[in-house]
Design a protein around this ligand. Structure first.
Ligand code: FA5
Ligand code: MG
Length: 451
């Protein structure tokens, strides 16, 4: 039987993803069919798609042959690839069924392109690499969050046995000199290491080596962001010769990843707020050791392509990337072949939103609920249930009220679901029918009591 034709909670024996059939297993299998069907879209490889154009622009900043490109890795990976090989602890929340799509106990849809780090280091086919791919996370629903998005992973390594005199600092500094220079002021107030959160890997690096690697990493990524904004500005000026842009502002903030130390995130100031665009750091030496290349040292980063594409083209809603409407797709025709023809996205008519509220009592979360085999209530289950019924006609889901009954101790939640079709106006009847299905499914699948 085909899992793509059944509801996720039902046990089915196999699921086919990009032509490969995998066994599914209860209680792990939790991939709804709308997600399964999107695994074949591969927007990052679709000619003239804004996700693919953005991938090409990022690639242009990390040229071959220093960087080898991998764009075809399957989204089905093992728990070892996605978590264990990267040093995620056994109890890390990212491993939970509430956060990650599983096929069975061992296989899942990758939650990040870092799932391919260990294998790509082991393959050792070049000094650096870029990996672009679709990634999957059970998450909130709003204009900048979608359960599938795209990432670009990058890494650059130097081999102690191959650089002149084994001098990593000199080799990296020489490579920094070769990088383009930019004149944007970047805020970078924190010290490069933090003794507990982001220690120097002192068994493997000197402080000077880690600092040189960090400097090469930061300069390379700043150059890429400056390039994106330069292209975005050129596109805006073509559109409107009087266009005046806000000056580009970037800042480095300390971050934590189990597979890098020290680690950072790069934020860009956009529309009045700081937006996180990527995470990065100096690769933990265990990864190189486990990949059988212990004499290498280097850095890695992971960037959200969809977020960069939204900035680049001024695309207001992440769902638009999945649109097959010609009014969307035709705006990018020819850009893949000639990146300088980039234009800003011109929104087509915006259709009115249709908000509907639903409130309910949730099941008791105490362990006293004997015989109840349903897991504890988790908000991501609401998000996904709504998405699995409303599909891309759901713009956002937000918690609007929450209270505990003073006498019974039962908890009530109220959510507002905004339905809005990107390509046409939803009738009241259509919206009500969708909302009714959502209400019923909340009762049937999550065991809530409607109010
Ligand atoms: C990671 O996924 C790490 N693998 C990044 C990394 C790679 C760190 C290599 C160090 C070395 P994070 O979960 O923060 O980290 O995601 C990275 C980027 O993906 C974010 O900065 C953001 O741009 C993008 N991103 C994350 N979640 C979403 C989402 N739900 N929708 C769109 N973009 C997202
Ligand atoms: Mg992050």
């Amino acid at each position: 039987s085909e899992a793509t034709t059944t509801e996720p909670q039902e046990s089915t024996s196999t699921v086919t993803i990009r032509g490969a059939t995998h066994p599914t297993q209860k209680p792990w299998f939790n991939v709804p069919r709308n997600i399964v069907s999107k695994t074949s879209r591969r927007l990052h490889l679709q000619n003239d798609h804004p996700i693919a154009i953005t991938r090409q622009i990022i690639q242009a900043n990390f040229p071959q042959p220093t960087y080898k490109y991998y764009n075809e890795y399957s989204p089905v990976v093992t728990t070892k690839q996605n978590f264990d090989s990267l040093g995620f602890p056994a109890d890390h929340p990212g491993r939970a069924l509430t956060d990650t799509y599983y096929l069975n106990e061992k296989l899942l849809l990758r939650t990040h392109t870092s799932a391919h780090q260990a294998d790509t280091f082991r393959a050792n086919e070049s000094d650096g690499y870029l990996i672009s791919a679709d990634v999957y996370r059970r998450d909130a629903i709003d204009r900048s969050h979608y359960p599938i998005f795209h990432q670009m992973e990058g890494a650059r390594s130097w081999d102690r046995n191959k650089v002149p005199n084994g001098d990593i600092v000199a080799a990296v500094m020489e490579d920094i000199e070769r990088l383009p220079k930019h004149d944007v002021v970047v805020e970078d107030p924190n010290p490069p290491m933090h003794p507990e959160r982001n220690p120097l890997q002192e068994a493997h690096h000197s402080a000077a080596e880690a600092e040189a690697l960090g400097k090469h990493l930061k300069r390379s990524l700043e150059n890429m962001v400056v390039d994106i904004f330069t292209r975005a500005k050129a596109a805006a000026i073509k559109d409107d010769p009087d266009f005046v842009d806000e000056p580009l502002r970037m800042r480095w903030v300390e971050a934590y990843f189990p597979f890098t130390s020290p680690s950072w995130e790069l934020e860009v100031y956009y529309a009045g707020d700081w937006l996180e665009v990527l995470g990065c750091g100096v690769v933990k030496q265990e990864l190189y050791i486990n990949a059988n290349v212990p004499s290498q040292v280097g850095w890695a980063f992971g960037i959200g392509i969809d977020r960069i594409a939204m900035l680049l083209f001024k695309i207001p809603d992440i769902r638009l990337f999945w649109s097959e409407d010609e009014r969307f797709l035709s705006q990018f025709t020819g850009v893949s072949a000639s990146l300088d023809t980039l234009k800003r996205f011109v929104p087509f008519s915006k259709h009115p939103p249709s908000p509907r509220d639903v409130s309910f009592w949730i099941r008791s979360t105490s362990s006293a609920a004997g015989g109840n085999d349903k897991a504890v209530f988790h908000e991501n289950d609401v998000m996904e249930l709504v998405r699995s019924i409303g599909g891309d006609e759901v713009e956002s889901v937000s918690l609007i009220d929450e209270f505990v009954h003073p006498k019974t101790g039962r908890k009530s939640l109220a959510y507002r679901i905004v339905y809005r079709h990107l390509e046409r106006t939803l009738t009241g009847k259509e919206t009500n029918a969708l909302h009714e299905r959502v209400r019923n499914a909340l009762v049937e699948r999550l065991g809530v009591e409607l109010r």
